[in-house]
Write a protein that binds this ligand. Structure first.
Ligand code: SAM
Length: 431
């Protein structure tokens, strides 16, 4: 299948069927006429979802009768066409002719003249309208999220929205048991792949260009993992020590499980649980590839069904969240999440946190993490916990933290990191 037709189908699956972009893209490459188009497929699908309201706004005045039902995919194809014209260096004539050709593969032969006319009209228009009709179009975010960010970040909301619309960089985490960071940087140099180290992460390398992992040296040998620098902070905020009995809650696909073990020379007595057995298979694969060990259990963290009653020295709770900190990596989140989801997630986070707390030893540390930027999932959640849980105390990560303003909120784009939140808590002895 033509790559534009494939991208239109991916977008259709996300917007009309609620499938995640990651899942839709993972299934799509076998359909491509040319497997080398995998990168372009991702670029078109990401780009169209990133700029969706603006592309729609440009398309709508040119479409006399909305494309609905089984022809809806042709609307998404038009957006793919406009995205190429406005956001890529693909020559306009190729963008238009290939997009029109794709319409035939999507049973849209009868509409190919109309699609050609729409794209030609947009090609002739000036670069961008001088103003967009509404904030949701201007910032390419849903209204509820713009409002939530305005409320939480009166000074920074526009920078956060802009950061969300950036392309995400590719960070690697070097497996220190098998390679040093400098040693692996040298291996990359030998392969003519440029990468730089980071002050905020001793194990991290930032690639100058995102690259297919299979092109990077030592993937099969487990020399590195792909992991954003913000996610790499967890292992450094968690306790270290041989034979500590530790729990990683909501662990799949195991990025932080593996890093925590790497930072402790694989000596932690680690249990990793997740509710999703399919995603847990990826934890096993990652442990195996990186040459690490953990006991992996399927379990619902809001219950105790899977727990043998033994207390843990330390717990990482990477809670299920809105993922509003990683929109630059998953632009579909903007269109798949709703305000009601956030309320339900905040409730679930509180339930899991309170349930897991009983599994922590006195003096033990719990690190709460989310890849969200919304205070209801982060600061407010932890502040509420600290105020209601007599045996919990805040162990500040940064000196300016307080019970009212606990934790470390990383905003998307800060030091090229994803948006993330961490709060460190300690259980007090019973008095
Ligand atoms: C943010 S992801 C975890 C990422 C992971 N910690 C890592 O670093 O690779 C959140 C995980 O929570 C899991 N999850 C959601 N609800 C859960 C529940 N009630 N109990 C256990 N796991 C849950 C999801 O399946 C998902 O894998």
């Amino acid at each position: 299948m033509n790559v534009r037709a494939c991208a239109a189908q991916v977008i259709y699956q996300v917007l009309e069927q609620g499938r995640s972009l990651t899942d839709a893209l993972a299934a799509a490459p076998n359909k491509l006429d040319n497997p080398k188009d995998k990168g372009l497929l991702a670029e078109l699908s990401y780009g169209a979802l990133r700029w969706l309201p603006q592309l729609d706004c440009l398309a709508q005045p040119c479409i006399a009768k909305p494309l609905k039902g089984r022809h809806r995919v042709l609307h998404h194809l038009i957006l793919v066409g406009i995205y190429q014209l406005k956001h890529t260096r693909i020559p306009a004539h190729a963008a238009v002719s290939e997009t029109v050709a794709a319409s035939r593969q999507l049973n849209g032969k009868a509409f190919s003249g109309m699609i050609n006319a729409v794209l030609r009209t947009i090609q002739r228009q000036a670069d961008e309208p001088s103003s967009w009709p509404a904030p949701t179009v201007e910032y390419a975010h849903p209204n509820w999220l713009i409002k939530a960010l305005q409320q939480d970040y009166p000074e920074q909301w526009q920078a956060i929205l802009a950061g969300n619309n950036e392309r995400a960089p590719m960070w690697l985490r070097v497996n220190q048991r098998l390679q040093t960071t400098a040693g692996y940087q040298h291996e990359l140099e030998q392969a003519e792949i440029a990468a730089q180290t980071a002050d905020a992460g001793p194990d991290a390398l930032l690639l100058a260009q995102p690259t297919d992992v299979t092109r990077l040296p030592g993937y099969d040998q487990g020399w590195f993992a792909v992991q954003d620098l913000a996610a790499q902070q967890a292992a450094h905020l968690l306790p270290k020590g041989k034979q500590l009995k530790v729990l990683d809650v909501c662990a799949a696909p195991g990025g932080k499980t593996c890093h925590w073990q790497e930072a402790n020379d694989n000596q932690l007595a680690m249990t990793a649980i997740d509710i999703d057995a399919g995603r847990l298979a990826r934890v096993q694969q990652n442990l195996q590839r990186l040459q690490l060990d953990a006991t992996v259990l399927t379990g619902d963290a809001s219950t105790t069904d899977w727990w043998d009653g033994e207390l843990f020295d330390a717990i990482l709770l990477d809670a299920p969240c809105s993922a509003t900190g990683v929109i630059r990596r998953h632009p579909d989140i903007k269109w798949l999440r709703s305000k009601a989801d956030i309320d339900a997630l905040a409730k679930l986070q509180s339930q899991i946190l309170r349930n897991i707390w009983q599994m922590l030893k006195p003096q033990g540390i719990l690190l709460y993490a989310t890849c969200s930027v919304l205070s209801v999932e982060n600061r407010l959640q932890i502040s509420d916990f600290l105020q209601s849980q007599a045996d919990a105390r805040l162990v500040p990560i940064n000196p300016d933290e307080s019970i009212e303003m606990p934790g470390w909120q990383i905003l998307p784009g800060q030091q090229q990191m994803d948006g993330f939140y961490y709060a460190r808590l300690q259980k007090l002895d019973k008095s």
